[in-house]
Structures are given as C-alpha cells and as structure tokens.
Design a protein around this ligand. Structure first.
Ligand code: B3K
Ligand code: ZN
Length: 844
C-alpha cells in the first residue's frame, strides 16, 4: 500500500479559478458534468496534470472544447494540457445507491447526500481533491425531489432544478449536495453587523418535533462566536440536514452542514440529557468550523489538527460557558483518558500532527482532535488569555482564505508574544503521553517541588525529548485554607525544581490544577493528604481528581486480593456527595469510578497483568460498598433532587437528574429494583426512563421493562439504538458476547447503518470484562462482524478495530486469542486499505 509523507508535500501545478458542476440525479446512473477553469500555478514546479477520481465511469473529457484522451488509473487520470489557462470539461457516471461506504455521493432512506472529507469528492468527479486547491463553486442539481441543496446561496430554482453559488473559495472536501423529500424547521439570526441569515434544519417528515433544540443551539453558537471570537457568519443562509446513515457525528460543509441524525435530533421523550449536551456541542463544533476550517483550512491532511484541535477547543469553551466549566473540564479529562491515552500509549500512537499515513480517514483520532485541543489549551495557559485573543485575531486576519500549516498557526503566537515556540512545537511532532513525577522537600518554610518528565519511546517517536509543560499549582494549608493561589510552573527541562517560600507550615500542594497539561501525574501523596485536598482544594478539577486517585488506590487491593473497600475513602466520598452547597452534577461526578479499561491500563503500567474478571468483580464490590455506605442517605439525596418542573435539558436540571439517577443505581443494589421499576413506569423523559432501565438490567430484573421499552419505541430508530446498546452494556461479562450475538438476529439489526452497528458492537467493545471474557467469544464475534462490514463500509470497520489496540496489556492466553482474530481479519481477501492499515499497526 501507498504511504503518504508530510515531507513530500508539493503544491499543485495549477490554480482552479472556478468550478461549475451539474448533477442529473439517479440512483444507479447519476450524471455529473464538470466545467473547471485551470491555469498554471506560478508557485509550482511540477506541472503534471493529475486529477483524482475513483469509481467513476468517464463519459467524456474535453479541454477548451476539444475531446482529449486521458490515461486512467484506479486513482485518477492524467492527460496533456496547455501551458496556459484552459477549461476542463468532463462528464462521469456514478451509482449513489451502490455506495455503501457512505463517502462521496450516496443514498440514505431515499435521499441523496454527500460526505467528501477527507477524500470523498474524487468519488463524485475528477478533480484535484486536496485541501490546498480552493475554488468558487456553482452547482446545478436536476432531480424530482422537493428539496435540492448545495453550498452557498440559492441563485435560481425551478421545479426539478436548483442552482447554487458559493462565493467563498473552498476546498472540494467542503462540497455538499442533498436532495430529498425533506421538511425544514426554519428560523433567523441577525448578525453583529445586522445581516439577516436564514436558518433551516432539514429533516425527514415525522422528525419535525425533534428540531427545536438543535436550532436553539445553532443560534447560541452563532452568537457566542461573535461575542467571544468576533466571528460573524458570512452567507445569507445556513442549512443543516439530518441523515440516518453517516459514518461519524457531523460534517461542516460550507453553509450546508450534514449531521448524523443522532447528533442533531432531540426531544425530551427520546433523548437523554447527555444526548442534548452532545448535540449542542456538535452543532457548535460544526458551526465554529466555518472560521476554523472553512475560511482558514488545512494545506494538507497532516495539518488536520489545525482545524480540528482548534475547533474542539472552541466547542469546549462554548460548553463551559453554556454549562458548568468544572463539570465540562472533568468530563473532557475522563474522555481524554478513556480514548486518547490508550491510543497514545499503544501501537496506534501518533503525533498530533502525524508524519505519514496510508488512509487519512484513520487519522481522525482522539489524538488529533482531543489532544490537539489540549495543546491549544496549554498554549493559551502559557501566553495568557489576552495574548491568546490577539494571536487569534491575527490568525484570522493574516490567513483568511488560505490553506495553512501548524507552522503558520504557531507563528501568529510567536509574532504576537515575541516568544519562541520551537520547543512547544514538540507537542505537535512527538507522540506519547509524558509521565510527570513530582517529589517534595520541605525546609525553613520553603516547599520545593521537583518534577521529572519522561515519555516512553514509541515507533512514532523513538527518541522523545522534554516538552514544555505548564503545571498549574496551588498550595492548601493544614487547616484547609489556600496559602498560595494557582501559579503556572513552566517546565521545559527533563528535571526541574520550583520553590514556594515564606510558608509558616507545610502545605499540601495541589498540582496540575484544571489538568493543565495532558500528562500522567505521579505524586506520592498520603491518603490523608489526598483526603485533605478532596475536602479543601479550591480547584474543582483537582478536588475531583483527588477522589479519583483515592478511588484507584482503594480499588487496586479489591481487584488483586478481594479486599474490602477502604472505609476512609467511602466516608470521604459520602461527605462530598452529601454536600448540598456543591453543584449536583459535580457531586454525581464525584461518585464516578475509573473505567475498567483504565484500571487495566494502570495495572499494566505498574508491571502487572490485568485480569478483566477480577477488575469487574472489584468494581462491582466497590459499588456495593458505596450502596451500603450511603444507605438511606441515597434515598434522601435522590428525593431532594427529583425534578418536578417541566423537562428542560439545561445544565441545572440535567445535574439534578444525574445525581438523582446516580443515587437510583445505588438504591437498586439494595431494594431489588422497586425504585427503578417505579421510575421506569412513570418516567416522562428518556433520561429517567433509560437510567431506570439500566439499573434494572444491571440486577437482572429488566426483562419486562426491556420488552415494554421496545414496544413503546420500536418505530424510533434513535431510541432503538439505545435499546440495542444498553442490553450489551448491562450484560454480565460472561453473557455480553451472547447478548450481542442474539441482537444481531433481531429483525431491526440493520447492520449496514453505522449507528446500529455501533450500538451493538461499540457497546461490546466498551464492555471491558465482556469483550475480554476468557472464552474469546467477544473477540471472535467482533472479528466476524468486522469481516462482514469491511467490504461495505471500510471507514466504520477500521474505526472499530481500535477495540483491539490495548491487546498487549493482557495475559498470554488472551493475547493469543486476539492475535488469531487479527490475523484472521488480515487474511481476508480484498480487505480494505482502511482496515489493513489499522490492523497492521495494531498487530505490530
Ligand atoms: N470534519 C468532520 C470529520 C470528517 C471525518 C472524515 N473521515 C467532522 C468534524 O470534525 O467536525
Ligand atoms: Zn471538526
């Protein structure tokens, strides 16, 4: 297979002045005519004329009106062109109905839609399909559908024909087309400069009642981007379309965002609080791309984090502002540890800016996105908020309309602050999660903290160098008072010390406040000191982190030798959770435990061999102990936080529900399911209904509720995804694979729809003890289905292969079972490039 290298970048030999496309839609025989104005690029040395094209049937090709002969390959075409401006015209035929990969132009429930990022446009017509080729598009769509959409503004429409013009030059990956029998939920937004923008959310008939929240979120995002970043929307129209068959969450096509219906449709009866929050964040994310991604795009796909890291960072700021900043920060760190850390510490480890790939779709990763956002967060911490704002203003000013690199991005910060970011740049070029060890010394009223940073060498970065690490640190005195406010210790050496002077008594340091860097902190604090921080830290993140660390410490002996839960830990947790002065959402987070996979990683890092069944047993024992410790208090806390007001998805009510439902799950461990059944029977919103169902399934008393749920929701595909997933999630480890397998026989298991496939197999992969059950059945079942899905949808298959990325943590028997499955998949004839690359890297 072909490997592409960052170091091989050269500009395209031609500039594209304009693109006109005309589509005659037909499921099997869609015709696409293109008329493209090219001229030689004075900045390029290589003038070979190569256009990408895949699975296209070329009908005709002309240059300046004359037929030309082209050399066709699997990847595109070449032909001789004049050394002067010329017009390329081509006609191709494609079959959207046969496009099960959901990349390019495809069909979903009878509607046409597109997904072009990263390299899908080449499945629509011949084109230089690379992000640094930007042009102005005019699109004509012929089709019998009531709604015919493309990017930009509508210029003309008759029955069965629509013409669109997008005045902003864009790369082909932002092209979009939608045609179908859709209904619009419409609204308007007045921009900061008083321009009126029409907003539409297009959905299938029947989904109209699930649009209001997404529309609100869109308007809130538009306003926020004006207020916080000074970014105004730049077209008269902004459209969002919901599609059922989609490989990811959503796509930021210029003026025509396309969303997985699960990432935009919401109603109180069918969506959980978590769904609402996720939808709000994704709408914001895609909208924010209009400036960070579309107006300023990437020079090449190695620079993906330029738009993704920044846009994730911006959407996390938005959520912090709309909801609770500490809760958002904790949720982000939980997510980073669950998804990015395993990636960065296993065979798939790669820098935030990778240097080579075979299939770019495999690099839309937690490292590029979430670590990419963490890197920007650190940059902001290092230069300060005010310099960050100035740097961003310069970025938009200097690079509007360009396709940029990480070098361009860092340069605006260097020019703004006068500081060199040469060492900081390692965060973009070096893979792996640094370990940060800290030791303390105390003498004459001076506390000295000595840090050592260490990154494990990996295939991607064999010789890691010290990073710049901003370590936000404060001090908590023995009486619980803060004796030093947060200070940013800027570490740049492998080993470095920082002192705090003039202290009357020895304080407890609160280190890496707000998780100021994506590292693994090792701080040998006594349990007493941690409990002290848990009670008194003024930094809400670190207060939570103390609880997490205590939980880990208490869980390990329970896992290893079946010890009982540490009463001191239980008591400390009970105290914070019962503290009514704290935000309920925060208190619910305090009750959370590290995931079983995270515990496996920890045991592995400490030189042990994680045994999934023991981890599972330890965590269950801890939950039971919590249920005992809370006793009747659980009921009291739950009662206090039951919401009687009409459902609202905002942070306040959602926090109440998350605490009440955390209590419900403890109560259910002791009451045989009575409270959960009552909640299930009376719930008027999905959050409470699903929480009750989960609690019942967990104690094996859920079969009736499950049937009732199915009967109630069988016609709602998004709710049915939850029904499929939850049964696997809540299954006992020895049954998880069988439950998943049985679900694949359900008539509604429409496995070619990524949402449904992920509902079952994503849940299985996330069920640590179930997936890793010693029988190997989980591995086998997933492998069977990946083999089946790969020829239909390589992208979703490849993504799900990451379930195997942690395999080297486990015992020899499990490793042998997994290796056999990896080899079995790899030996499948015609395995896709996507899946081959993922599994080859994982297999090592
Ligand atoms: N930019 C798209 C992701 C495209 C994924 C292509 N495999 C969505 C987003 O990050 O906003
Ligand atoms: Zn994005």
């Amino acid at each position: 297979p072909n490997t592409v290298y960052l170091s091989d970048y050269t500009p395209f030999g031609f500039i594209v002045d304009s693109v006109a496309l005309e589509f005659d839609l037909d499921p099997r025989h869609t015709r696409v005519k293109s008329r493209i104005a090219f001229r030689p690029n004075p900045d390029a040395t290589d003038r070979r004329f190569f256009l990408h094209g895949e699975n296209l049937r070329l009908i005709s090709a002309r240059i300046d009106g004359h037929d030309v002969t082209c050399t066709l390959t699997e990847e595109g075409l070449t032909c001789d062109v004049p050394d002067a401006p010329f017009i390329w015209e081509a006609e191709v035929e494609i079959a959207p109905i046969e496009n099960t990969a959901l990349e390019g132009l495809y069909m979903s429930n009878g509607m046409y839609c597109t997904q072009c990022e990263a390299e899908g446009f080449r499945k629509i017509t011949y084109y230089p399909d690379r992000p640094d080729v930007m042009s102005v598009f005019t699109v004509t769509i012929n089709g019998p559908h009531p709604v015919l959409l493309s990017n930009g503004n509508p210029v003309a429409a008759t029955e069965h024909q629509a013409e669109w013009h997008d005045p902003w030059p864009k790369p082909a990956y932002l092209f979009a087309l939608v045609a179908g029998d859709l209904v619009a939920h419409s609204d308007r937004f007045t921009t900061m400069n008083g321009r009126e923008v029409d907003l539409n959310l297009y959905v299938r008939p029947g989904d109209e009642d699930k649009c209001a929240f997404g529309m609100q979120a869109l308007k809130a995002s538009m306003k926020w981007d004006e207020d916080v970043y000074g970014r105004e929307y730049d077209l008269d129209l902004f459209n969002i379309v919901a599609v059922d068959d989609f490989n990811m969450g959503a796509m930021e096509n210029k003026g025509l965002n396309i969303f997985n219906s699960s990432a935009v449709l919401a109603s109180p009866q069918t969506s959980t609080d978590m769904n609402f929050e996720r939808i709000e964040a994704i709408i914001a994310h895609e909208y924010f791309h209009n400036w960070t991604g579309n107006r300023i795009t990437c020079r090449d796909w190695f620079q993906l984090c330029l738009k993704e890291g920044l846009t994730v960072f911006r959407d996390s700021q938005f959520t912090s502002d709309m909801r609770s900043a500490p809760v958002k920060r904790i949720a982000d760190v939980i997510d980073l540890r669950a998804r990015q850390f395993p990636e960065d510490q296993g065979p798939l480890s790669h820098p935030v800016r990778p240097e080579s790939f075979q299939e770019i779709n495999n690099f839309y990763t937690a490292t590029v996105y979430e670590k990419g956002a963490e890197v920007i967060r650190m940059l902001k911490t290092l230069v300060g908020d005010e310099a960050y704002d100035r740097a961003l203003a310069l970025y938009f000013d200097r690079h509007d309309g360009q396709a940029c690199t990480i070098e361009d991005w860092l340069k605006v910060f260097e020019d703004t602050t006068g500081r060199s970011l040469a060492q900081f740049k390692r965060w973009y070029s070096q893979a792996g999660t640094p370990r940060l060890k800290v030791s303390e010394s105390w003498e004459d009223g001076i506390l000295t903290l000595t840090f050592r940073q260490d990154t494990k060498p990996s295939a991607a970065s064999p010789d890691p160098k010290p990073q710049i690490i901003p370590i936000a640190t404060g001090l908590i005195g023995p009486d619980g008072e803060e004796v030093a406010e947060t200070r940013i210790l800027e570490m740049s050496e492998a080993t470095q010390s920082f002192s705090f002077e003039g202290l009357a008594r020895r304080p407890v340091p609160s280190i890496l406040r707000g998780f100021s860097a994506p590292v693994m902190l090792e701080h040998d604090l006594s349990d007493a000191d941690r409990t002290h921080l848990l009670a008194h830290d003024t930094d809400p993140f670190n207060r939570w982190e103390s609880a997490r660390t205590l939980a880990r410490g208490s869980l390990l002996p329970m896992i290893h030798d079946g010890a009982g839960a540490d009463p001191a830990f239980l008591d400390a947790i009970r105290k914070v959770v019962a503290d009514d002065t704290l935000d309920p959402a925060y208190r619910a987070l305090m009750l959370g435990l590290p995931t079983q996979s995270e515990l496996a990683a920890l045991i592995h890092a400490e030189g042990g061999t994680p045994m999934p069944e023991k981890i599972h047993a330890g965590v269950e024992a801890m939950r039971d102990a919590m249920a005992e410790t809370f006793g009747d208090a659980a009921q009291r806390i739950r009662d206090t936080h039951l919401v009687s007001a009409p459902y609202d998805p905002g942070a306040e009510q959602a926090g109440q529900r998350s605490l009440a439902n955390a209590m419900l799950s403890l109560i259910t461990r002791r009451d045989g399911g009575a409270a959960a059944q009552a909640q299930f029977d009376s719930a008027d919103n999905m959050t409470n209904q699903l929480a009750a169902l989960a609690a019942l399934l967990h104690i094996d008393r859920g079969s009736e509720a499950l049937a009732a749920f199915e009967a109630q929701w069988k016609d709602d595909r998004l709710v049915m995804d939850k029904w499929f997933g939850l049964q696997v999630t809540q299954a006992r480890p020895e049954e998880a694979a069988s439950v998943a397998e049985a679900l694949t026989d359900h008539p509604d298991f429409t496995w070619q729809t990524p949402n449904r496939f992920r509902a079952v197999f994503g849940a299985l992969a996330m069920h640590h003890a179930g997936f890793h059950h010693a029988s190997g059945k989980g591995y086998r079942l997933l492998a069977d289905w990946l083999i089946r899905l790969d020829p239909k949808n390589p992208q979703t298959t490849a993504r799900m292969c990451s379930a195997f990325q942690t395999w080297k943590r486990y015992d020899a028997d499990r490793q042998a079972l997994i290796a056999a499955e990896l080899d079995r998949i790899l030996s499948t004839p015609k395995l896709s490039r996507d899946t081959t690359e993922m599994l080859t890297r994982i297999r090592g």
